[in-house]
Design a protein. Sequence first.
Length: 331
Amino acid sequence: MTTSTSRAIRIDQHGGPEQLKLVTVTVGEPGPGEIRIRHHAVGLNFIDVYQRSGLYPMTLPQQLGMEAAGVVEAVGEGVTHLKVGDRAAYASQPPGSYCDVRVMPAKCVCKLPDAISFETGAAMMLKGLTAQYLLKKNQPLGGLQPGDFVLFHAAAGGVGLIACQWAKAMGLQLIGTAGSDAKCALAKANGAAFVINYSTEDFLARVKEITGGKGVKVVYDSVGKDTWDKSLDCLAPFGLMVSFGNASGPVAPFAPGILGPKGSLYLTRQTLFTHIASRESTQAMADDLFEAVTSGKVQIHIDQRYKLEDVQQAHRDLEARKTTACSILTL
């Protein structure tokens, strides 16, 4: 059995960015259904912060990181969709992408088209697949048609900028919110039909104004606590509230009975990992994402690059909302 070593970022306990430690780990051969991949670039995501802080508790010690791109070095028994030498990218459980080399389940790893660079591949998988399921699978009663209004919070983030572009390609009128004028301008430049600075404007009042008092068909919300109540009030009757994150903290418990008087609303809490639970679903979603990127409908913007050893600073910047678009670790 061949073993090699790899740099990796590990936490031994939950807490702040100072818990992120650079360590050396041993990497062996892939078992059945697994591959060994050598990363060229690693993606950074807000879920990494949740896992590090303990908002999403994990078994410790734990390597962090949910997405990366690189080259397949070895293939375990039963893996047929990948071979040694393939360029590949993934968003996948279990965590562990903050490293040079790892052994991991092959199920969610996809061949990366030659037209897409490793850096772009690492930056786009988790965020792009999230935007894909939100816009394509999380649709309201009757679906979404060109011209329909949707509200997307944190529109200048990694998922948000992809969603702005993809929604425009679908003919939707995406209303994007962000916390500064500069971030609003960025969302607008990427296809948002309307933008709202929610640090200076009442986004509920603006949404009602934009939609002529009717509200939107869907709210896509990764902010959580700070935007929750007004988001429900932005919805048209039978509208859909899609919660997929809690950057401002988790939503407080509430009585489902409030959804009736507000317009018989639908509510769902989504996670990418349910959508990519099967090899077939993962590949279908990835193919849709790859087509959107290679056709030019969606451009992946990498606004921050950090070395692996500077991961603590990367997490500080993420938490301080200093980042825009996508961030990656370079190796």
